[in-house]
Design a protein around this ligand. Structure first.
Ligand SMILES: *Cc1c(COP(=O)(O)O)cnc(C)c1O
Length: 405
């Protein structure tokens, strides 16, 4: 039974939700910029950004305007029709990247599902009878939660119990080109990587490694797929991280920040490769939904400016310097790593496996951050977070650290 007068709490979650998450006791109610208020009116500085999603913060006036305007025109059509917001967004994404073609969907997992299907299809179309079906990805990688994408991901704990699993997927060591050399062959249809491993612990790809991966792919006629679901849309100080790495993929997937909090994802590729996804070969009911695309157009316009992107690097430096100082002062972090506003504070020996304690203490002290694995505290704030919000958030984070260290 539902009742709008009923008081809901975290306990309700255990009554009515599938127990696959363990959310905080806090129930946030509204947000403004990089600040969030909970049901009790307590405020938090938001360094989590809904897991690298709310890249323009909460309640952004431009996004709100686009949402309102489009909501009074048309919400949804399906791909029986195309629509102006989707065409405009695809035009923008292809103008700003290597890509000529865009496929829209609703999440990162779906964008990767499309990419992984496409690399198989492309190999079957272009290299028939070669058994060119093997996908190589990397250990600790994260590519989503569909059965195919968890299997391409490099964390066995996420596939355990879901057997039988899709086949033809192998994993190399990230940032170790010799490991890739050993497993890549003419049977490989694609190599998949995150420019910065996100969920795996905020581990940036070394530029030399990325370049060598590109060369090995070319040598074996394998496609290179960059999963930029977390690193994309300005997060690293480039519209897409590949632009900073100087290595161009054949297929790029993007989601998370792309809608700034409204669900949307996309797969980007070249005209040649896109031909393997002809009429009827793949699809999505919601993909390219006008409401989602209208909002995403604002997100891309706001973020893809030199000011916003250089701001990301300045804010990053500020946060990293302070986190290093906190880590040293309280003897909790051994290093701080990442790119742009995707930052990981790595727990030292003493705090191995205990990153979540910093998260929970942060909530008590009015700051939201994230973890990446068991031993890295992750920061993925809005790209337009203000200096004042950064300052106050870090003060609160320091108190949170001091309280437990
Ligand atoms: C979050 C994430 C995904 C999955 O995105 P969903 O929208 O949760 O399906 C895939 N790849 C990377 C690198 C991610 O960070």
């Amino acid at each position: 039974m539902s009742d709008s007068q009923k008081q809901y709490s975290r306990a309700t979650f255990d009554e009515v939700m599938v127990p696959n998450y363990n959310p905080s006791q806090i129930i946030p109610e509204r947000g403004e910029g990089s600040r969030v208020w909970d049901q009790n009116g307590k405020d938090y500085v938001d360094f989590a950004g809904g897991i690298a999603v709310t890249a323009l913060g909460h309640n952004h006036p431009g996004m709100l305007k686009a949402l309102k305007e489009q909501s009074e025109k048309i919400w949804h059509l399906s791909n029986v029709f195309t629509n102006k917001p989707a065409l405009e967004l695809a035009d923008k994404l292809t103008a700003a990247t290597f890509a000529d073609k865009v496929f829209f969907c609703n999440s990162g997992g779906e964008a990767n599902e499309a990419a992984f299907k496409l690399v198989r299809k492309y190999a079957n179309d272009n290299f028939p009878e070669q058994g060119k079906s093997e996908i190589i990805a990397f250990k600790q990688a994260f590519h989503g939660r569909t059965l195919f994408t968890v299997c391409v991901g490099g964390q066995p704990k996420y596939t355990k119990g879901y057997e039988p699993l899709p086949e033809g997927i192998t994993h190399g060591e990230f940032n170790n080109i010799d490991s890739l050399k050993e497993i890549i062959s003419d049977k490989t249809c694609a190599v998949v990587m995150e420019p910065v491993q996100g969920e795996g612990g905020i581990i940036p790809a070394e530029p030399e490694f990325a370049k060598a991966v590109r060369e090995l792919c070319d040598k074996h006629n394998a496609l290179l797929v960059f999963d930029e679901v977390q690193t994309g849309v300005g997060r690293t100080g480039h519209l897409y991280a590949y632009q900073g790495l100087g290595v161009t993929p054949d297929i790029l997937t993007t989601a998370k920040a792309m809608g700034g909090g409204f669900p949307i994802g996309a797969m980007l590729t070249t005209t040649k490769i896109s031909k393997s996804m002809g009429v009827g070969t793949h699809g999505s009911t919601y993909g390219g939904n006008p409401l989602a695309c209208a909002i995403s157009n604002v997100v891309i316009d706001e973020i893809n400016t030199p000011e916003m992107l250089s701001g990301v690097k300045e804010k990053s430096a500020k946060i990293r310097t302070r986190l290093e100082a906190i880590g040293e002062k309280y003897d909790v972090f051994e290093s701080v790593r990442g790119e742009g506003l995707l930052i990981g504070a790595v727990c030292n020996e003493k705090w191995q496996g205990k990153a979540r304690e910093f998260l929970v203490s942060g909530w008590e002290h009015g700051v939201m951050c994230l973890v990446a694995g068991l031993s890295v505290v992750r920061f993925a704030p809005a790209l337009n977070i203000t200096d004042e919000e950064i300052e106050q958030g870090l003060e609160r984070f320091e108190k949170a650290v001091a309280a437990i260290a």
